[in-house]
Design a binder for this molecule. Structure first.
Ligand code: ADP
Length: 422
């Protein structure tokens, strides 16, 4: 059922007004009709009562009524307005600023036309109201979003500023650590050098007890030197002062040489260190010292965390000129929960002071940074109690100065001979 509409008819000619009201009555649309004889009364009625539609008759000499419509529109009276004129001039009423919803010629005031116009005007009005409401909500949401955006921008600025502060603090810390470590290197080298001299046969007569003490000084010095180098490297990596000198060299020879040197570490443990080399072309362009540093770290960890069994170093080629170096062991393994942390600086699975395995927790952080600098990636597979595998994927040629030299194959000399050790 249609709701009853409230209609206002404005006409100064009473006969015309009555005839319009009766035509409206006959439309069949349920409505309550109010009538006024002039525009001023109409405005008064509109400000008091809400109407669904106004029919306004404009006699030709009084078309200045029309000039008042925008004024009432701007005062917030938005009711649909149908103007009835004796002589309809379409252009005259269709000015968008005028505020007339629809116009009708007096000659077309039959119930059928009126019903059609009324329904159209009300539908249009409701749609416009809906649109206005939606626009208003959009404007409000926009305002809220803008305010939130401003807050976010302010927060972002604060975060950026704090980040800068942190970076500066971290830079200062790394520079301080680098300086201290550097300063410690000289006395440490002196301690190592002089204890080595004293241990030599021409170092002078020493008792067994003195020899034992000197050996302890030498070993502790060497251990401290390794730690100092780790700390120094780590702080240099942090402040971006890391020396990197890529060149062409033979990876197979380098790995054999490293494994041979590592043999001393596995002494006293029931360990076999094996190499599985599947490289067709062993020539790479990289920094051999840094590759050595990576492998030293992985191998010394493998030896440290394995009591018995095997350690394998596997090298193979991948498509697109990439290589894989994997270090596998049959050691204590790493819990899945801990794997995600092992590349974090100073992080160790066992962080107790009474831990069985010594170390700084910097080795893997340095390895991770070096592998990234080389354009590679490192992954770990491990099972608690069953061993671990650290797998490094590297480009055969890291992106540094002269790629053309890769075809000029003159590998750097690596003095140690390649041998399988166990
Ligand atoms: P650390 O100086 O303690 O060896 P790393 O950064 O080299 O420091 O390694 C971080 C931690 O990762 C180690 O303390 C150890 O808990 C774990 N880890 C590294 N390599 C192995 C491995 N091969 N087997 C078992 N645990 C390992």
């Amino acid at each position: 059922m249609e709701q009853t509409l409230k209609i206002l008819v404005v006409d100064n000619d009473e006969i015309e007004r009555v005839s319009l009201c009766s035509a409206l009555d006959k439309t069949g649309i349920p409505m309550e009709i109010s009538e006024v004889g002039n525009w001023n009364n109409a405005i008064a009625a509109l400000t008091i009562n809400p109407y669904d539609c106004v029919f306004l008759t404009i006699p030709v000499p009084e078309q200045n009524y029309l000039t008042q419509i925008p004024t009432i529109r701007s005062s917030g009276i938005l009711v649909p307005l149908v103007v009835i004129a004796d002589e309809v001039k379409e252009n005259h009423f269709h000015s968008p600023t005028l505020g007339v919803t629809e116009y009708l010629s007096r000659s077309r005031l039959d119930p059928e036309n009126l019903a059609q116009v009324l329904r159209y005007c009300i539908r249009l009005y409701r749609t416009e109201m809906q649109l206005t409401w939606t626009n208003e909500r959009l404007r409000e949401s926009n305002e809220v979003i803008n305010q939130k955006n401003q807050k976010l921008q302010a927060q972002q600025q604060l975060i950026d500023w704090q980040k800068l502060q942190l970076l500066e603090a971290s830079q200062l810390k790394s520079e301080f650590i680098a300086t201290i470590s550097h300063e410690l290197l000289t006395p440490m080298n002196a301690i190592i050098g002089f204890s080595q001299l004293l241990l030599r046969p021409w170092g002078g007569e020493i008792t067994e007890r003195q020899r034992d003490m000197l050996e302890r000084i030498l070993n502790s010095g060497k251990h401290l030197l390794t730690l100092l180098h780790d700390v120094l490297d780590f702080s240099h990596l942090e402040i971006g002062k890391f020396a990197f000198k890529p060149q062409i060299f033979n990876l197979s020879q380098l790995i054999c040489s490293i494994v041979t040197e590592m043999r001393s570490l596995s002494k006293g443990k029931n360990l076999s260190v094996l190499i599985h080399n599947h490289l067709q072309n062993p020539v790479v362009f990289n920094d051999p010292l840094r590759v050595q540093q990576i492998l030293n770290n992985l191998l010394s960890n493998a030896i440290k965390f394995t009591e018995s069994g095997f350690i394998w170093v596997e090298i193979e080629e991948l498509p697109e000129n990439r290589l894989v170096i994997a270090v596998r062991d049959t050691g204590i393994g790493i819990d899945a929960e801990d794997i995600k942390n092992i590349f974090t600086a100073f992080w160790q699975v066992d962080r107790t002071t009474s831990r069985k395995y010594p170390g700084t927790g910097l080795g893997l952080a340095i390895v991770d940074s070096l592998v990234k600098i080389m354009g590679g990636q490192i992954t770990v597979e491990s099972q608690l109690g069953n061993g671990s595998m650290f797998r490094i994927e590297l480009p055969r040629q890291i992106s540094h100065p002269h790629p053309k030299y890769l075809h000029d194959l003159s590998p750097v000399k690596i003095t140690r001979s390649c041998q399988r050790i166990s």
